[in-house]
Write a protein that binds this ligand. Structure first.
Ligand code: PLP
Length: 401
């Protein structure tokens, strides 16, 4: 008998498990709209041209494979903070930002969670309802208590702004408020700039600490600066805040695991201490981060020609998703004779669309139509082609009614 009898079978991951089921399906009509990964119109994975160029440069230079310092590649850390806050941001110049390279968005969130657990015992993190499925796992595993604030209003298929503000107000002072910097996952609904100002007001009033998760910078609007405006608005108020960044989506570096945790502090002295503790947490967890993705980002952001090429490719990706969104909306409006208003699809931004399909309806999408999606009704438009919009619309209309 095994010593491991007590280890029970873990449930499949609600997002990555969808891809596993998709792979097992032999039907040729099958469509994977589960994971948020960009595909071409031919539904193939896409490596950005600018990434290939940066990799070629690295090969030519014959870079070595020495360990990085615990905090990661210095050129990457500078590039990533500049990209987030703007290169001319006084906070960067005054060295008030503690930046540590992380294992993409997830690892960066996890490192910040460990810092919260160690230095803010008992403090709660408030997360939006709904949110990206992994947020809860991250804080659970880091032993950081969390609760939810209202975000999505099914009646308007929009933001429950009053509910959000009320819940942030009601949280114990000094809580961490997790905010999606742009392209909220899974709803695709972001606050307006005026609403961000009001959110910042309440957070300041309550002495809370904003904690931004920025996984889609450039992917929401196509503009890196516009997508960082929420974070910059908070930072410009002199607030101390956390920002986790990911290059999985905007540079298509999913498997390279490249991202960062930034802690904006009120002084450079604080930033030095915070950084030292982030390093102390990272060392026994994974020692130091991988170099390949960090060099790619540093090369692209640090070179004006490659940087502008990247912006062009990002606009292409964001543009393709917008085209697909429009086509899906047209098909749904044409096919659904019930009079339902589908325009919310056009108002949502980023990679995803939150369809409002229930769990049972989402299961019908998979079981009858071979369309794989998360059970919360979210579909990834990045995994959809113009050619498949009609089929998807048929499936959605069938599943709804
Ligand atoms: N945060 C949000 C909201 C996400 O949607 C994702 C990816 O789907 C991530 C963070 C982190 O992804 P990664 O760890 O691949 O950077």
């Amino acid at each position: 008998v095994s010593r491991f009898e007590g280890i029970t079978m873990a449930p499949p991951d609600p997002i990555l498990g969808v891809t596993e089921s998709f792979r097992a399906d032999k039907d040729e009509k099958k469509l994977n709209l589960g994971v948020g990964a960009y595909r071409t119109e031919e539904l193939q994975p896409y490596v950005l041209q600018v990434v290939k160029k940066a990799e070629n440069l690295m090969l030519e230079r014959g870079e070595n494979k020495e360990y990085l310092p615990i905090e990661g590649l210095a050129a990457f850390n500078k590039a990533t903070a500049d990209l987030l806050l703007g290169a001319d941001n006084p906070l960067v110049k005054q060295e008030k930002v503690a930046t540590v390279q992380g294992l993409s968005g997830t690892g960066s969130l996890r490192l910040a969670a460990a810092l919260i657990e160690r230095y803010f015992p008992g403090a709660k993190v408030l997360i939006s309802s709904p949110t990206w499925g992994n947020h809860k796992n991250i804080f659970n595993d880091a032993k950081v208590p969390w609760s939810e604030y209202r975000y999505y209003d099914p009646k308007t298929v929009g933001l429950d702004f009053d509910g959000m503000i009320a819940d942030i107000k009601a949280a114990p002072g000094g809580s961490f408020i997790l905010l999606h910097g742009c392209a909220h996952n899974p709803t695709g609904i972001d606050p307006t700039l005026e609403q961000w100002e009001k959110i910042a007001d309440v957070i300041q009033e309550k002495n809370h600490i904003p904690f931004f998760d920025v996984a889609y910078q450039g992917f929401a609007s196509g503009s890196l600066d516009a997508d960082a405006s929420s974070v910059r608005l908070f930072a410009a108020r002199g607030m101390e805040l956390f920002v986790a960044q990911s290059y999985s989506k905007n540079l298509g570096l999913y498997a390279e695991r490249i991202g960062a945790i930034n802690v904006v502090c009120s002084s450079s002295d604080t930033a030095v201490r915070v950084k030292s503790q982030l390093k102390r947490l990272a060392r026994p967890m994974y020692s130091n981060p991988p170099v390949h993705g960090a060099r790619i980002v540093a090369n692209i952001v640090g070179d004006p020609v490659l940087f502008s090429e990247w912006k062009g490719e990002m606009e292409l990706m964001a543009g393709r998703i917008k085209d697909v969104r429009k086509r899906l909306y047209d098909n749904l409006s044409g096919k659904d004779k019930s009079g339902k208003d589908w325009s919310f699809i056009l108002r949502q931004i980023g990679m995803f669309s939150f369809t409002g399909l229930t769990k049972a309806q989402s299961e019908n999408m998979t079981n009858k139509w071979h369309i794989y999606m998360t059970k919360d009704g979210r579909i990834s438009l990045a995994g959809l082609s113009l050619a498949k919009c009609e089929y998807l619309a048929d499936a959605i209309v069938d599943s709804y009614h």
